[in-house]
Design a protein. Structure first.
Length: 318
């Protein structure tokens, strides 16, 4: 199992671009496999943040977790992703997802048939990325993406100078229909607030089975988890603080579904919070559950901040 880390703030105030750069440099120096940025209503643009992270590093993988599909046309996002990838000179991991009804409604957009929408969205993304890598037009070096679905229909010229296949297209998913769609059309899943039991029983089996039926390669099973490495004496209080901050997720679909499927009885205990020994035990449990990529989203609480958690997490030997 690989361990990545968010280099743009996932829980608190949004990170300025300069902080994204500084954290990316530090994450690479500490040996993390990947650096991730969220898409948040109060944060810097995810694509620009990915480019900022990639331009100041050389080896660390760069990814988004996750960009809401209702806000971006799939051809526009495909071009943005391919452009960022070309700018940093190495593949990126494009994480997308349907967001949730409340966030989408804030933007004045409909939230309808999310699993079908994401399935079709990713199919268009895949078609565009493939075409961009092999342009068909003799002059504009472009071809056409044609798609007729139930939620998306288009017939558009598309090209991307020097475009290459993305490192991966991943989907944020935790509900059964979305997990099925994820395995069928994408390179893997990014599951949020899913503990070891939820990954083992609900997330990994559905995605892997769907990928196998679709003839796709073994998928990425990634998880975004609030993470804080604190002194042992502070662990219980830190979990209580996480519960107070994130407990509302327990009644918010689809998160309620994944909390109900977890071994933990509350979301504060799904968070990976504890001393190095406890966090190492949790990471081993995620690996045994079938997770391929643990994406730590450092949670600032008394006894821990981004820098301290990153430093201590990097020293845990899996």
């Amino acid at each position: 199992m690989k361990v990545g880390i968010f280099v743009s703030e996932a829980w608190g105030a949004g990170s300025p671009i300069e902080e994204v750069r500084e954290r990316s440099i530090r994450a690479e120096a500490l040996g993390f496999a990947s650096a991730w940025v969220p898409y948040l209503p109060w944060a810097a643009d995810a694509m620009a943040s990915m480019q900022a992270a990639g331009e100041v590093t050389e080896r660390i993988e760069i990814g988004s977790a996750v960009i809401p599909t209702p806000f971006f046309h799939p051809l526009a996002l495909a071009r943005q992703a391919a452009t960022v990838q070309a700018a940093i000179g190495r593949p990126i991991h494009l994480g997308v997802g349907c967001s949730n009804p409340a966030i989408v409604a804030m933007h004045g957009l409909p939230f309808e048939r999310p699993a079908r929408h994401v399935r079709e969205y990713v199919e268009v993304l895949n078609a565009a990325v493939s075409l961009g890598a092999k342009p068909g037009g003799p002059r504009e070096q472009a071809g056409f993406v044609e798609y007729e679905g139930e939620t998306i229909a288009l017939n558009s010229i598309y090209g991307m100078p020097g475009g290459q296949a993305l490192g991966s297209v991943l989907v944020g998913a935790i509900g059964p229909l979305m997990l099925e769609a994820t395995g069928s059309v994408s390179d893997g899943v990014i599951a949020t607030w899913s503990d070891e039991g939820a990954i083992a029983r609900m997330v990994a089996p559905v995605v892997r089975d769907a990928a196998a039926r679709a003839g796709r390669a073994d998928p990425t099973i990634a998880g975004v988890i609030a993470t804080a490495i604190v002194p042992k004496a502070r662990a219980a209080a830190a979990r209580d603080a996480a519960q107070a901050e994130f407990g509302f997720y327990e009644q918010n679909l689809p998160y309620k579904r994944v909390v109900d499927a977890s071994d933990a009885e509350r979301i504060g205990d799904i968070a990976v919070i504890g001393d190095e020994e406890e966090v190492a035990r949790r990471l081993a449990g995620f690996r045994e559950a079938g997770m391929t990529d643990f994406l730590a989203a450092p949670y600032s609480v008394e006894g821990a901040d981004w820098a301290s958690t990153a430093e201590r997490l990097s020293k845990i030997d899996l």
